[in-house]
Write a new protein. Sequence first.
Length: 287
Amino acid sequence: MDWLQALILGIVQGLSEYLPVSSSGHLEIFKQILGMEMEGADSLQFDIVLHVATVLSTIVVLWREFVPLVTSFFGFKRDDNFYYVLKLLLSCVPILIVGLLFKDQINQLFNGNLLIVGICLLITASLLSFSYFSRTEPEQKLRSESIAVKGRDINWIDAFIIGCAQAIAVLPGLSRSGSTIATGIIIGDRRDKLAQFSFFMVVIPILGEALLDAKKILFGSDSMTDAQAQSVELIPMLVGFIAAFVVGCLACRWMINLVKKGKLIWFAVYCAAAGALTIVWQLTHAA
């Protein structure tokens, strides 16, 4: 991997982690477009760097909201912030189960398969469209600020349902942010709360996955050959990290505003087009 490839993948990760277009799906697409073949520790290292960069961008953008949550939770204050963190932890249970039991099987099944990525992008488009037309049509005459606060606060059941959506979205091409936010809109949660909750709820599983992947790299894996155990060079790693972090900060702020204004339908159009093109690409190259 050279620095230019790392830059492109970092930008793709920073944008697609927050925008409802699937980061895993777009990384697979761009790796094939760039002719990259990353396996074993090589791929794990770079994925860890990109995901940690986007986690840090979430914390930076939502710093004012993040600090009170941490203070209340570890201080056992039993206030609204404390229970908010408990809801975040509850939302992570489904993806924890999927990650522990099925992660390797999912990676083997979908790795490099752009046909599956294309189909999942079409599913993402359908989900975003359904959330838009099911909750937005009666609200069209309202100002965007009124749309943002329409609905209820996220309760315990909502947190678990949104967590289930996140667990299903481990499939590449099925957007995590799109699935969680659209699910929250469909079940009636407030838009101005959904984006923040969606971005916070991914911090825990990403850091947990990063630790597990780091363990594989440090202590080795039976499935890794000596050739696969090579490391990514430092310069591409730094370039990818910086690109994912900077673009992630911008995309995070942008996405929060878009969710408040109820304008996710344009991403449904994009995902539909990207999914169709991806399927055509895979079928023509397979032939």
